[in-house]
Design a protein around this ligand. Structure first.
Ligand SMILES: [Zn+2]
Ligand SMILES: [Zn+2]
Length: 240
């Protein structure tokens, strides 16, 4: 029997891969370019970047992301036809989208897909507004607060450049939740937890309170309690 080629993509990977390609040229690169132009403009007029600008939500340079994205497109276009490897990114992208079958059945497709996934995630992080970011924990090396998009599975510290998996950072954070208290109403603690990508509803919390499942202490303010965050996440774990 012939072994299945390691680089063959299954149907769902092919679909995801194609969606990432479309998104790269259709959404991400134009958005990154406009951010870069704004930054260039701010630099030229001599304003401090903190005033009147639309700063990148995290410390990532739009130009570096654009360069990586363009290099990926040039490489793929060059595999379709060597002459295409010097095209500007938008033309290279058009050649790629016009050669769907060739791109998806390329012998290097699995590796190209992996490389694009990485590029796409970094772009997505840079393009996600700060309020949509979640706090995943802290950098194990320098203690800097770690925020990322909810989908990310890798994190790079903007401060010390430490790199690691999001799940491991979250696990460390979750172990420390037992030491953390939050004072507020059920709706407030639910909102606070959602910033950490931990999702429960205020109804759930109220139910647990009524049933005596949480050892939350009421404060002198109506409807307000001192919650132990570890206790809430433990309740969530056994109800999911
Ligand atoms: Zn697959
Ligand atoms: Zn760090």
């Amino acid at each position: 029997m012939k072994p299945i080629a390691a680089n063959l993509l299954c149907a769902s990977c092919r679909e995801n891969y194609w969606a990432l390609i479309r998104q790269l040229g259709h959404v991400q690169l134009p958005a990154l370019s406009s951010i870069m132009l704004k930054q260039a403009h701010i630099g030229a007029t001599g304003h401090a970047p903190s005033r009147g600008s639309a700063p990148m939500p995290i410390d990532t340079r739009a130009q570096a992301l654009i360069t990586d994205s363009e290099a990926w497109l040039a490489e793929q276009a060059g595999k379709i036809n060597a002459r295409y490897s010097n095209l500007p990114w938008d033309k290279a992208w058009k050649k790629i989208t016009a050669n769907k079958h060739t791109i998806l059945s390329m012998s290097t497709a699995a590796d190209d897909y992996t490389a694009l996934e990485h590029i796409s995630r970094r772009n997505e992080t840079a393009l996600t507004p700060e309020e949509a970011m979640v706090i995943i924990g802290t950098c194990p090396q320098c203690g800097h607060q770690a925020t990322s998009t909810p989908q990310a599975d890798e994190w790079t510290c903007p401060h010390c450049k430490w790199q690691g998996g999001v799940q491991a950072i979250k696990a460390t954070r979750d172990n420390k939740l037992w030491q953390l208290e939050y004072t507020g109403k059920p709706v407030e603690v639910a909102r606070y937890l959602s910033k950490m990508d931990i999702h429960c509803t205020s109804d759930q919390i109220r139910q647990w309170l009524t049933r005596g499942k949480l050892h939350a202490t009421p404060t002198k303010h109506k409807g307000e309690y001192v919650f132990n965050l570890g206790e809430i996440t433990a309740m969530l774990d056994c109800h999911n």
